[in-house]
Design a protein around this ligand. Sequence first.
Ligand SMILES: CC(C)(COP(=O)(O)OP(=O)(O)OC[C@H]1O[C@@H](n2cnc3c(N)ncnc32)[C@H](O)[C@@H]1OP(=O)(O)O)[C@@H](O)C(=O)NCCC(=O)NCCS
Length: 196
Amino acid sequence: MSVLKKEHFSQFSQIETTRLLLKPMDTKFISNSYLQWMNDEEVCKFLETTIPYSEKELQEFVKLMVSKKILFWAITLKHDGTHIGNIKIDPINYKHQIGEYSILMGDKNNWGKGYAKEASQALISYCFETINLRKITLGVIKDNVVAVKLYESLGFTIEGIYRMHGKYDGKYCDAIRMALFNFENPKVQNYLHNKS
Ligand SMILES: CC(C)(COP(=O)(O)OP(=O)(O)OC[C@H]1O[C@@H](n2cnc3c(N)ncnc32)[C@H](O)[C@@H]1OP(=O)(O)O)[C@@H](O)C(=O)NCCC(=O)NCCS
């Protein structure tokens, strides 16, 4: 695909990794567990959502995302189908071939097992190889140390810092902008060429 256009995403695909299936988001993924994630102080500490987060808000959010046909997947465990998180690329700048990536692993029992990294590597490959993005961007709160480490381990580098950009976990924190290009990055090249 040489020219990126929105209509290419009218039906986007499921992505399979060694341990995960990333399934296009659907209202069937709305559940008590998903609602609990959105009301969990630890999960949402560095996110923009506010607690309490109602079931109605969750329904409206998922319905809106599905109707907009954005690239938004539920991350599920291959062996038993458990929904453990979400990952998306939104918005996409079609002219400049740039997409904004974000991830939420809501199921805390499955933190630290490499699932976010596995899902993200697969998504990055999809963005660069299948839909021909040139650059993937993200925003993260500096104090979200685990997330920053995850992004660095994926090859993202810092492009800029918004100082004391918002109040998280009771204090004003810096927000970091990071990016990953489809070229020049040894880590990306490495796993694009050694994909499991
Ligand atoms: C941040 C988050 C996505 C990490 O998910 P995860 O599945 O636990 O992460 P992984 O197990 O794949 O670990 C990926 C990398 O993160 C880092 N990491 C994971 N757990 C860590 C910990 N406890 N301490 C420090 N670094 C850690 C490591 O660098 C790891 O890579 P490595 O093992 O190759 O070194 C998850 O904690 C989360 O969703 N948090 C709440 C929502 C959020 O903050 N999202 C990001 C918004 S910008």
